[in-house]
Design a protein around this ligand. Structure first.
Ligand SMILES: [Zn+2]
Length: 127
């Protein structure tokens, strides 16, 4: 296991959660959950449980416009690793492609085989 997972080598600009905003509640910034399904309107759950649209800035827990609940959650549970949107997405897709190739590889292949649980663990470690 590598420290920070298989994507730890990617460049990092921020160690914060991704910032999210709610259009009808302008002025309040929330911290986006790092995992979740995006709903209609590009909204996803925040740390405080609201649906917000991510913006391309990090969440600043000390900002006067920041949600106090999101800031409290961030203090208790800081992000496991920095959020790097575009590099993360491209790298994760690459890992998924590689995992699919490995999982479908014939036992008679000349390439070394890894157990599927090891492949899955690497994917989970990356996210
Ligand atoms: Zn919030």
């Amino acid at each position: 296991m590598t420290d920070g997972g298989p994507l730890a080598h990617l460049p990092s600009r921020s160690k914060n959660y991704e910032r999210g905003e709610i259009r009808i509640l302008q002025g309040r910034a929330h911290a986006m959950r790092p995992a979740g399904i995006t709903e209609r309107g590009e909204r996803r759950l925040t740390l405080c449980g609201l649906l917000a649209r991510p913006v391309t800035r990090p969440f600043d827990s000390g900002g006067h416009e920041s949600c106090r609940t999101c800031a409290a959650v961030e203090r208790v549970r800081p992000p496991a690793r920095p959020i790097r949107l575009s590099p993360d997405l491209a790298a994760l897709r690459s890992l998924l492609d590689q995992a699919a190739v490995e999982a479908c590889r014939s036992p008679r292949s000349k390439y070394p085989m890894r157990p599927t649980d090891q492949i899955l663990f690497e994917l989970l470690e990356a996210v």
